[in-house]
Structure formats: structure tokens, C-alpha cells
Design a protein around this ligand. Structure first.
Ligand code: 5GP
Length: 125
């Protein structure tokens, strides 16, 4: 079953400028902004500008240029916000949720960058 992208999702509206966001970085194919309900001192969402539902949709259908742009932007942000270890940071976590078991709320692919405190175990039991 092919993915169907709902262009009325909240991140699509952010990309169209219909609702405001706190932009951290903007590249050719990707946008990064602060999560509206931060779960850590640093909580940034990185999204592709293209219409992809989740990680596997993006990984299969996006162009190499989009994928490289996205990954480079995630890495760049970890340095800019000071969580990357090679700039003296204490590290971070990347999370992307997909589907029902992944508990994905917004159906536009996004990567959470979380940092600024010790985050505990990966999965709450
Ligand atoms: P998911 O559960 O889909 O992985 O995560 C969706 C994230 O989007 C949540 O962390 C939530 O706080 C964030 N979010 C939902 N609506 C908005 C919004 O309008 N603006 C911003 N910046 N973040 C949002």
C-alpha cells in the first residue's frame, strides 16, 4: 500500500507559512524549528520540504540531494546548539516515530533532536 500524504498536516502548514514556527535553520530541501512542547532543554524538529510521511517513505522516494541535505542539516544543528561532542557538548538523541507502534502524531517525516540533559533509557517500559 503506497503512502498517501495529507497536505493539511501541521508541518505542511508550517512549510507553507500558514502557521508560525521558531526556525533554527533553513536549507535548500529541509527546515529545522523548535518543538512547541519541548521534552528536553534542546528539542528541535528537522523536516524535509518534500511531501514524505515518514522515514522509510523519505528513504525510499527522496532524491539523494534531499537525503544528503537533510542529514547534513541534522549534523550541523547538533554543532550549532552545542550538543555535539566535538564542540564540547554532552551528546544528544535522534528520534523519528512512524506509524501506530511508533506513536507518530504528525504525518510529515520529522527527526527530533533532543539534548541539554541526560535523557535516560531509550524506551520507557
Ligand atoms: P511525533 O509524535 O509525530 O513524533 O512528534 C510530533 C511533534 O510535533 C511533537 O513533539 C509536538 O510537540 C510537535 N508539534 C505539534 N504541533 C506543533 C506545532 O504547531 N509547532 C511545533 N513547532 N511543533 C509542533
Amino acid at each position: 500500500m503506497a503512502y498517501e500524504y495529507d497536505s493539511e498536516n501541521i508541518f505542511a502548514k508550517i512549510l507553507r507559512g500558514e502557521i508560525p514556527n521558531s526556525t533554527v535553520a533553513d536549507s535548500e530541501y529541509s527546515l529545522a524549528f523548535r518543538d512547541i512542547a519541548p521534552a528536553a532543554p534542546e528539542h528541535i524538529l528537522v523536516i524535509p520540504k518534500g511531501a514524505y510521511v515518514n522515514f522509510d517513505h523519505f528513504g525510499i522516494e527522496a532524491s539523494d540531494a534531499e537525503i544528503v541535505d537533510f542529514n547534513r542539516l541534522v549534523a550541523k544543528i547538533t554543532r550549532e546548539i552545542g550538543v555535539a561532542q566535538d564542540v564540547g557538548g554532552q551528546g544528544y538523541r535522534l528520534i523519528t516515530n512512524a506509524g501506530v507502534h511508533g506513536v507518530q502524531d504528525v504525518l510529515h517525516f520529522h527527526m527530533h533532536i533532543l539534548g541539554g540533559r541526560r535523557l535516560g533509557r531509550m524506551i520507557a517500559t
